[in-house]
Write a protein that binds this ligand. Structure first.
Ligand code: ATP
Ligand code: MG
Length: 274
């Protein structure tokens, strides 16, 4: 399909096109397309921009990833399809970061497609293609991880994660940073740092923050984070955006009120006079 850059939803249509192609190649599963639609809905509600509260979470995420001994980012089909470049930038900005393939619907060829997408984007080393360990307590294929990556990680960045696995990682004592546009998903609800933002915007902001932290004289720390507040902020933003939209709809543009400052005499005659 020929997309015009003048289309008001051009950026969003391009991402959809990318995902549709990635589905044809086998990188993205149908469930991934459904998940994307869910994400887009919440992004509409959030105003399709990084909120100040999300930016704060992204800064803390950068600090935690830099402070961690074994930080890891978990990459699924959707993330590889739309944000492989951002993952590569993140790996550059966080020198100790391990990049690991992790798939809910795992097959060998799909794992290799994720690996290839990351390689093409410039990630030099991709873990998890041939899993070497199991996270206890998880029935799905997402339990299969790399002994050098998620298995030993102390801080896990899990964009577009499933709630079950986020909980299983925490049960192993790992700190979980999620990126998920739905503040009500189980993943957002359990994460230590829930980032409620679109994945590409979030990763770019974490990279910016990490570069700034590395310039600062203070070493990065596992600073405390109020996750309840972050989730409350996201819900309050959605509430505000929807209320604003509802008010706009109730006030049709042609029915503007006369300016209150306009002197009555100059109106020629009283507005009440028929
Ligand atoms: P959970 O399992 O956490 O309760 P879920 O089952 O609704 O959530 P999953 O399919 O497990 O969702 O995970 C995908 C999540 O990723 C969804 O909450 C969706 O809103 C979110 N999402 C999809 N696309 C993006 C994106 N581009 N950026 C950020 N989040 C996204
Ligand atoms: Mg889920």
């Amino acid at each position: 399909m020929q997309l015009s850059p003048r289309h008001p939803r051009y950026a969003s249509l391009r991402v959809r096109e990318t995902l549709a192609r990635a589905h044809e190649s086998g990188l993205v599963v149908l469930e991934g397309l459904i998940a994307h639609g869910r994400g887009e809905t919440f992004d509409y509600f959030l105003g399709e921009r990084t909120t100040p509260s999300a930016r704060k979470a992204e800064r803390v995420a950068a600090e935690w990833l830099l402070a961690a001994e074994h930080p890891v980012v978990s990459v699924n089909g959707n993330v590889a399809a739309i944000a492989a470049g951002e993952v590569a930038e993140l790996a550059r900005a966080i020198p100790r970061l391990a990049v690991e393939v992790n798939l809910f619907h795992r097959t060998g060829p799909r794992a290799r497609l994720v690996e290839a997408a990351l390689w093409r984007a410039g990630v030099p080393r991709v873990l998890g293609v041939r899993p070497t360990a199991i996270i206890p307590g998880l029935p799905s294929d997402r339990a299969r991880v790399d002994r050098r990556g998620i298995f030993v990680a102390d801080v896990c960045l899990v964009p577009l994660e499933d709630g079950d696995r986020a909980e299983a990682l925490q049960a192993l004592g790992k700190r979980v940073i999620s990126v998920d546009l739905n503040p009500l998903s189980r993943t957002s609800q359990v994460a230590d740092v829930p980032i409620v933002d679109e994945v590409r915007r979030a990763l770019r902001e974490i990279v910016r923050a990490a570069d700034a932290i590395k310039q600062s004289p203070n070493p990065p720390r596992l600073v405390p984070f109020d996750r309840y507040r972050a989730l409350g902020d996201a819900l309050a933003t959605i509430d505000r955006e929807l209320t604003r939209a509802a008010v706009r709809r109730r006030r049709p543009p042609r029915l503007r009120r006369a300016s209150p400052r306009r002197p009555r005499e100059t109106a020629g005659r009283s507005r009440r006079t028929p």
